[in-house]
Design a protein around this ligand. Structure first.
Ligand code: NAP
Length: 436
């Protein structure tokens, strides 16, 4: 049959929230262009939501709506199930059932893939029907296809990413407007950049889910969630950002994925980190995301754009729909994740090295700095520089240190000793300094 004579591909859309509504709106807006490019029409056959009566910015087409997710599975005419409901339980059941029925799946659900991707990709492989997930990492930035396809000829040496727009907005406002963390978070919520419950963003786990997906694709072994080290931005204060600036750095929540060639082990972590102010990642501000990838053949590459939001994210979902259409024509290509076991396991976090920023709040008395220096010296941790500002509350004084390269495990032991000193008043703040 000629391409233009083929029946339209039938889509079952689960979820008509921020992203689902955007997919519907933009599929209609660019319908003619898409049909020409894909060579086949895409038609939404059913849309499933929880509450059809809800007020929405994009009108829900009444003739397509249902509240029954199973109806997407039971309808044999539906070729592609687009999962945009979020969460990991019901979404898992839906995706699993769709794959088992031989339907192609498109999802933007990073939590689902990070936690249960291995099970789902195994089913996709067995049933020879793919899962596409471009929207799951960095919203509108085409980073999944980049890693899977464009960089396929490379050993990935490292990935460094600013991949949570909410945290990046908060840290940017703390840096540029001198806001305290609660004020910046409040502003992000008022502008719709942070959820009413922002926990997964600010505790680093949203970025961690995305980092797990990028690491797994880069190194061909699905990384278990317990093997990534994650810290959020909740403890970072405006003063830390100011001190970092005095040392010539900008604070970002950074996902770092790095191959250690001598052991084949993979370093994998998400932490607030100091980046040299002149580095290109330091100028990625507001809700924007950026990902720096080094490959052994290509060298350094950088991807920048909107990491979330209705239109950017739906752009990625629609590109997946185009791939799904191609697959349904040819049944050729990979089904989502190709395990190959060419690299080693994740490197235990205590065995990773970097320089560090350390702030301790201590009694404002002579001899305190010497006590801190002794603990660090006992662990063979070198001090690169120290700031002890004069403007501080009476009695308690911040001491800010830049520390030389050291094992994270060694630093943690030194921190435990510092905490036990009588002169230390608060939990010390430690951040990595990334050389990139
Ligand atoms: N928002 C972004 O910028 C963004 C970016 C990248 C990836 N993602 C991912 O995309 C997915 C969707 O995000 P979103 O922001 O669009 O979420 P959202 O605005 O909360 O929308 C969720 C949609 O799913 C529906 N839904 C939830 N549970 C359901 C159930 N059990 N049965 C039927 N319908 C159900 C909701 O119905 P009602 O409308 O009736 O409540 C709603 O339409 C998530 O996995 C998210 O991580 C989002």
């Amino acid at each position: 049959m000629e391409k233009h004579q083929q029946q339209p591909l039938q889509i079952g859309l689960a979820g008509f929230g921020n992203v689902g509504a955007g997919v519907y709106k933009n599929l209609i807006k660019n319908r003619a262009l898409l049909e020409k490019r894909i060579g086949r029409a895409l038609e939404i056959r059913r849309i499933v939501v929880r509450d059809p009566a809800k007020n929405r910015d994009v009108a829900l087409p009444a003739d397509l709506v249902s509240t029954d997710l199973d109806s997407l599975i039971d309808d044999d005419a539906i070729d592609i199930v687009v999962e945009l409901i979020g969460g990991t339980d019901r979404a898992f059941e839906l995706v699993k059932a769709a794959l088992e029925k031989g339907k192609t799946v498109v999802t933007g659900n990073k939590a689902l893939l990070a936690e249960r991707g291995l099970e789902l990709f195994a089913i996709a492989d067995e049933k020879k029907t793919p899962i596409y997930f471009e929207a799951a990492v960095a919203g509108g930035i085409p980073i999944i296809k980049t890693v899977q396809e464009s960089l396929v000829g490379n050993h990935i040496e490292s990935v460094a990413g600013i991949i949570n727009g909410t945290c990046n907005y908060i840290l940017t406002r703390m840096t540029e407007a001198g806001l305290d963390y609660p004020e910046a978070l409040n502003e992000a919520q008022n502008l719709g950049y942070a959820e009413a419950d922002p926990t997964l963003d600010i505790n680093g786990w949203d970025a961690a889910h995305k980092a797990i997906i990028l690491a797994s694709l880069s190194y061909g072994c699905w990384v278990p969630t317990e093997q990534i080290y994650v810290e959020g931005i909740e403890k970072i204060t405006r003063r830390d950002i100011e001190f970092a600036q005095r040392f010539g750095y900008t604070v970002k929540l950074l996902a770092v994925i790095r191959l250690h060639p001598e052991s084949s082990a993979i370093e994998l972590r998400v932490q607030p980190s100091l980046i040299p102010r002149g580095h290109i990642l330091a100028s990625v501000n507001g809700v924007f995301n950026a990902i720096l990838i080094r490959g052994d053949v290509v060298g350094e590459t950088l991807f920048y754009g909107s990491g979330a939001g209705q239109d950017p994210t739906s752009s990625s979902v629609i590109s997946d729909l185009a791939d799904a259409a191609l697959w349904r024509n040819t049944c050729e290509g990979q089904t989502g994740f190709v395990p190959h076991g060419l690299y080693g396991k994740p490197l235990p976090i205590d065995e990773t090295d970097s320089k560090y920023y350390l702030r301790v709040e201590a009694d404002d008395q002579p001899g305190v700095l010497a006590q801190i220096a002794r603990v660090l010296g006992d662990h063979d941790i070198g001090i690169l520089s120290v700031i002890q500002p004069e403007d501080h509350d009476p009695g308690s004084a911040p001491i800010v240190l830049m520390l030389h390269y050291a094992r994270f495990g060694t630093i943690r032991q030194a921190l435990a000793e510092l905490r036990s000193l009588d002169c230390i008043r608060e939990e010390p703040i430690l951040m990595r300094v990334e050389s990139l």
